[in-house]
Design a protein around this ligand. Structure first.
Ligand code: MN
Length: 251
């Protein structure tokens, strides 16, 4: 089973160590083509470059650096004429740092996997505890890729994997946790006295709900969350009558 075609990308940039490990593991399952940003493009979510051109640098050996976003990279990989057919898998990561809870909305790593899924391709995002050991992660990513075709996900879904710090205890099927606070914005002054702003900086804190991604990762497990792009709220969709009465009713 080495005839698979596998597109690998990330949001930390083509030269990130996490991408190298993911590409190395993936190569045991098929031909790997890596298309990734030429610099760190973390937290750009599903940004698409519609108003500027994109350049692709062919580095040889099925490696391409692109000056666009992670989603640009997936689109170029799928539709830019690099491959003679659609790939079987789109793999994104291994991101340096978790993508847990609502952080998946900001993540370029997760967005790249969703882009694969939107194009009908089996896709997964891999992230790891900040400064986690890629050596420890490698056999577990292998184990996941060896088996994930045995478990079908409905269309439009992706796997979001988060590997813990240290040796994983195994895989846990998890839900999405919640961030416990909002990012802080720091206002500083530049040398000319004009203010500038710096977002984030603090370590994210999570509620650690039972069965959640953050609880599993913190407990030393590999969190595996099946994510979907359909964000429509099921509770409200089930209340069509109340909606009608509120917005279309008389009075
Ligand atoms: Mn990143």
């Amino acid at each position: 089973m080495h005839d698979r075609l596998i597109l690998v990308t990330n949001d930390d940039g083509l030269w990130a160590p996490g991408l190298e490990v993911l590409a190395r593991v993936a190569a045991r399952f098929g031909r790997v083509v890596a298309v990734a940003p030429d610099r760190n493009r973390s937290a750009v979510s599903s940004s698409l470059s519609l108003h500027n051109i994109l350049r692709l640098h062919d580095l040889g050996g099925d490696r391409y650096a692109c000056d666009g976003t992670p989603v640009d990279c997936v689109l170029l990989g799928l539709r830019g004429g690099l491959l003679d057919r659609m790939p079987d898998w789109v793999l994104s990561g291994v991101n340096n740092g978790y993508n847990l809870g609502e952080d998946v909305f900001y993540s370029g790593t997760v967005a790249a996997a969703f882009e694969g899924s939107l194009n009908g391709i089996r896709s997964a995002a891999f992230s790891q505890a900040p400064e986690g050991s890629l050596d420890l992660a490698e056999p577990w990513i292998h184990r996941f890729l060896e088996r994930w075709e045995n478990l079908e996900l409905p269309e439009g879904r992706v796997w979001n994997l988060n590997l813990p710090q240290g040796e994983p205890k195994g895989f846990r099927l998890t839900s999405q946790d919640h961030r416990a606070y909002h990012d802080k914005v720091e206002r500083r002054l530049d040398p000319r006295g004009t203010p500038y702003y710096w977002i984030g900086g603090a370590v994210p804190a999570f509620e650690l709900g039972a069965g959640s991604d953050a609880e599993a990762a913190q407990g030393g497990w590999i969190s595996a969350t099946p994510l979907r792009l359909d964000l429509a709220c099921p509770e409200l969709m089930a209340r069509g009558e109340a909606f009608e009465a509120t917005f279309n009713g008389g009075g």
